[in-house]
Design a protein around this ligand. Sequence first.
Ligand SMILES: Cc1ncc(COP(=O)(O)O)c(C=O)c1O
Length: 409
Amino acid sequence: MTDTDWMPDPFDTARAGRLASRIGQIAPFHVMEFVKQATRLEQAGHDVIHMSIGEPDFTAPAAVVNAAASALRRGLTQYTPALGIAPLRDAIAMHYQRMYGIDVEPARIVVTAGASAALLLACAALVDRDDEVLMPDPTYPCNRHFVTAFEGRAVLVPSDATQRFQLSAAHVQQHWGANTRGVLLASPSNPTGTSIDAGELQRIVDTVRARAGFAIVDEIYQGLTYDATPVSALSLHGAHDHVVTVNSFSKYFSMTGWRLGWLVVPPHWVPAFEKLAQNLFICASALAQHAALACFEPASLEIYEQRRLEFKRRRDFLVPALRELGFGIPVLPDGAFYIYANCHGIAHQAASDSAALASVMLQEAKVSMVPGLDFGMHAPHDYLRISYATSYERLQQAIARLHTLFHAS
Ligand SMILES: Cc1ncc(COP(=O)(O)O)c(C=O)c1O
């Protein structure tokens, strides 16, 4: 008997008990399954280059680790206010002022357990049963499920390279129906690494406001931008009353496993978000909140800036190298650490389908990139999401291995 033999088959409802029907609407997260395969190969002794994970290869700077240790020693481990500790909300507000010249009242900041909890709270506050929320296809897969979890309907709008893989105001007007309540965007985006330009974002917000809707704008990759001056939705006209921005310490601040993020919400919605946060989470991790204060110290900010430049260096190496291998990169990704690459031009018999190609690359070259499957329905079989959250040297090795793979077949 194996240690799983005692477990009932979860699909045998008579034996396993009945799960809620929404479970059937949540698609499996293929990235995770793919990462598991790569990990199994690694455990079997293979040298796998991971270009599949959406997680910085950097960890929190020493000042943050020291602040966590100090908070632990001082016993700062009890529940905090549901909206977060006041010094952290102040520090986040100051960060917006210093980095982006935006005034945000600390009272509008809701500290959460990562952007994930932020998105969950936003959907809990704004989405009713059968409400429709527009989002681009491709998009971050969990976004559909946050909406579904509250019995709303995610409406995926095919968005190709001509729109930087993002929604446009014209899209929003065209797809806004009787049940549409708002839009959910991410800029820069996962999986494409592309941002929405400031003018278009303003037009989207205007379109949403004219319909008394909401815009949830996920800015989790804020800070990781490489070309133009980054724009926050918070700086837009009208952002004060209809826009909720989502943010996190996971990416720019390299704190994925600490589970810390935040929202900026319109002032009149703060009590609703507070009530939900109290009930659903009580608070975000106290330890992570105290540690995160050190993210805003000048020495930490300097480290983050060096890391941003390192990500840019990797992107600037990888984009031409992938194009040379035959990948199509129709729009230069300007942020995050992803490239959404079309695999039609690859000289390999498996290249007609991104899932087959990803599998061959993993098995034969031990290079792990994820197929577009998770990110939408529009053209997932044409695309791979390539993450450069791994060292420059490993990226060079990956390109060399793929060169050998494609030219040997
Ligand atoms: C666009 C986007 N939003 C939200 C998340 C969730 O991040 P967090 O670790 O802050 O919960 C991710 C994680 O990859 C993401 O890419």
